[in-house]
Ligand binder design. Structure first.
Ligand code: SF4
Ligand code: SF4
Length: 179
């Protein structure tokens, strides 16, 4: 496979600066509502705050890839005197927890860096974080050329994993007959 230059967009997260205000969840969920800004529901946000106020833990994490199987990661990490579950840092929509899944459909959610038309100056969660806990960065990397699945393909795969491919095919065939 040949290598290509790719612009990599990342959000650098500084949990020590996060105060748990959840503005990032509000703007992300309303920006991605259909129609845009018609509702806001943090459960639909692609940025989620792992929070435990008693332990002073506020850890923003943004959604990555959908994975069909849960992993073995159950370790604990102590950082700056605070204890975190390994899961807290994970960006995957996986079967072992409810984050990064649409609460109604159960379909996986993934951060798209707010790429839209017209383009945003910076991702909206970064713009709305007044504490600079989220910092947007871009860099160039040499990566192997690959075809990434689109949002619809990822959604269909998660439905097939959940209900079985045959049931999914039968349902689509039934819907097609009705229309
Ligand atoms: S907007 Fe910033 S300070 Fe507020 S919860 Fe999100 S990351 Fe934390
Ligand atoms: S970059 Fe955009 S899509 Fe990604 S978590 Fe932030 S607000 Fe949501």
């Amino acid at each position: 496979m040949s290598k290509v230059k790719k612009k990599v967009k990342v959000i650098k997260i500084d949990p020590d600066k996060c105060n748990g205000c959840r503005a990032c969840e509000v703007i992300c969920s309303s920006f991605h509502a259909v129609p845009k800004y018609s509702s806001n529901n943090p459960a639909r946000s692609r940025m989620r705050l792992i929070r435990d106020p008693i332990k002073d833990i506020y850890l923003p994490v943004y959604a990555g890839e959908y994975v069909a199987a849960e992993c073995m990661g159950r370790d604990k990490y102590v950082i700056g005197g605070k204890e975190y579950d390994e899961c807290a840092f994970c960006r995957a929509a996986c079967p072992s927890r409810d984050v990064f899944k649409d609460p109604d459909s159960g379909l996986p959610l993934k951060c798209d860096m707010c790429e839209d038309d017209p383009p945003q100056k910076e991702p909206l969660c970064v713009q709305w974080c007044l504490n600079d806990a989220l910092i947007y960065e871009e860099r160039e990397e040499d990566v192997e050329e690959e075809v990434k699945p689109g949002e619809m393909e990822t959604g269909l795969k998660s439905l097939a994993d959940k209900y079985g491919l045959q049931k999914l095919v039968d349902t689509v065939a039934r819907m097609t007959q009705k229309s």
